[in-house]
Design a protein around this ligand. Structure first.
Ligand code: KIV
Ligand code: ZN
Length: 506
């Protein structure tokens, strides 16, 4: 049997630190359920002292996970942080406190203003203090990637002696080169007494585009836990992407003497879920989960793949849950074909619900020749958004062009279901619609971001609009909308963001 590599997911903590990707507790629970379906070993559910929302998320995810995963809460090496994390984790069946401190010259000198001895003292105290609450204590040596080798050995030796069960070696700034980072892990394996009795974890950032390579170098040199996020979400350029590292381990299991227990067939679903909730689009050429990850366009490649798939494809798309996109759905497809395809994508609809989805599908298929998996996902997500909406779109009409003044006529149904119609004009058609929406939904907000992406290929593709609005209290809300008509997608996206803002206000 090869070495088991634990997968520590930090989408809900480090991933959430990605600008604009903040999630509320309900959204985090939806993602946590998907992480359990992926069978991750550890879910880092948040940083409990940072906000009441993070505390609540850690508490509820700990309850949800039960025996199925370890749930970790992050802390600084501060007693109060550890008290609060322990409180958030008190109902967890498998709680872990993740505490730590900066260990590089830059962090000790410029951020913490402490000496090396003080750093070790605080690290040891944090671990011993956390041990009073839970037996499973993980220590992170922040900015280990830029630390002195021998000082790092000293810190890790001290926390192992103090009872840490996991030692996390982060390349916090994504500075290292893979080979050097691997040597750093090997140096710890060779020089820390008793390290074979603890789990060595790697946590890498993608500032030089090497987060996955760094994590793999760690695994090659003795690490048995990788910290990662779905889609590589995370601070700045992000963290190691779970789907990349897990598939790399699977492809090279024998030479790495390593395996994970991840249910890789859940990857695509996880990727789309995280993207849809956070509003962070996945680039089409992203490894494993990008829209083009299994698309072949050159004649030579197509010829090879048709003769034998592995001439140009190292992964079977089915192994990561990528739908068999060659089965094309059209307006001639019936309920059964649609239901089957939706089930393959992980959605179950019966009876009346299926009829509603089928109707929406036919509307779309009439406008487009081919309906792809991404269109279906978008259609189902759109339906979910509409179901939970306070204000819904009844109609929108635009008149614009040269030399007209762009004018929107808009009808929304209010939460009581009554239609309200207004007219507004603006500098462009989207501006006119958004002014009309603001006439009906009078809530203080600033549109800070607007982006359009086509969901699939071709001129008739669905256009998906993502917006971010800043409420009067500074909170940022993301909204999404998809439709063949870009004005309709724009209206739906803005409404979605304002509906989220309003429901949180309520
Ligand atoms: O990047 C980092 O060092 C971290 C730690 C808090 C683990 O995210
Ligand atoms: Zn990090």
């Amino acid at each position: 049997m090869t070495r088991k590599i634990n997968i520590f997911d930090t989408t809900l903590r480090d991933g959430e630190q990605s600008p604009g990707a903040s999630m509320n507790t309900e959204e985090k629970l939806v993602i946590a359920r998907q992480l359990l379906r992926l069978n991750v070993d550890v879910i880092e559910a948040g940083f409990p002292i940072s906000s009441p929302g993070d505390f609540e998320s850690v508490r509820r995810i700990a309850e949800l996970a039960g025996e199925d995963a370890t749930v970790a809460g992050l802390t600084r090496a501060i007693e109060k942080d550890i008290d609060v994390a322990a409180d958030a984790l008190k109902y967890a069946k498998r709680p872990r406190i993740h505490t730590g401190i900066g260990v590089s010259p830059s962090h000790m000198r410029d951020k913490l203003r402490i000496t090396e001895d003080q750093c070790i003292e605080r690290a040891v105290h944090a671990v011993s203090y956390a041990k009073k609450y839970v037996s499973d204590v993980q220590f992170y040596a922040e900015d280990a990637g830029r630390s002195d080798y021998d000082f790092l050995v000293k810190v890790i030796q001290a926390v192992v002696d103090a009872g840490a069960t996991v030692v996390n070696i982060p390349d916090t700034t994504g500075y290292s080169l893979p080979e050097e980072f691997g040597q750093r892990i090997k140096y710890l394996m060779d020089n820390v007494r008793g390290i074979e009795n603890v789990t060595v974890s790697v946590h890498c950032h993608n500032d030089l585009g090497m987060a996955t390579a760094l994590a793999m170098a760690g695994v090659k040199n003795g690490a048995t836990q990788v910290e990662c996020t779905i889609n590589g979400l995370g601070e700045r350029a992000g963290n190691t992407a779970m789907e990349e590292v897990v598939m790399a381990v699977r492809m090279h299991e024998a030479e790495l003497d390593a395996h994970t227990d991840i249910n890789t067939r859940e990857f695509i679903k996880a990727s789309r879920l995280v993207s849809s909730i956070t509003g962070m689009n996945v680039q089409a050429n992203k490894a494993i989960v990008g829209a083009n990850a299994f698309a072949h366009s050159s004649g030579i490649h197509q010829d090879g793949v048709l003769k034998k798939r592995d001439t140009y494809e190292i992964i079977d798309p089915a192994d990561v849950g990528a739908g068999a996109s060659q089965i094309v759905l059209t307006a001639r497809s019936g309920h059964a074909a649609l239901k089957h395809r939706l089930e393959e994508l992980g959605y179950e609809f019966e009876g009346e619900q299926l009829d509603q989805v089928y109707e929406a599908f036919l509307n779309l298929a009439d406008k487009k020749k081919e309906v792809y998996d991404e269109d279906l996902e978008s259609l189902v997500n759109e339906r979910d958004r509409e179901e939970s909406a306070l204000y819904t779109l009844e109609s929108v009409q635009i008149s614009c062009g040269f030399p007209l003044t762009p004018t929107a006529t808009l009808t929304l149904a209010n939460p009581e279901g009554e239609p309200i119609t207004v007219c507004a004009y603006g500098t462009g058609p989207v501006d006119a619609v958004y002014k009309a929406v603001n006439q009906i939904i009078r809530v203080d907000n600033d549109l800070t971001e607007f982006s359009v992406q086509s969901v699939t290929r071709g001129i008739d593709a669905l256009g998906e609009v993502t917006v971010r609005v800043k409420a009067g209290n500074g909170e940022v809300y993301t909204g999404r909308g998809a439709d063949g008509d870009i004005i309709v997608s724009s209206t739906k996206a803005y409404l979605n963001a304002l509906n989220r803002l309003l429901s949180e206000k309520r």
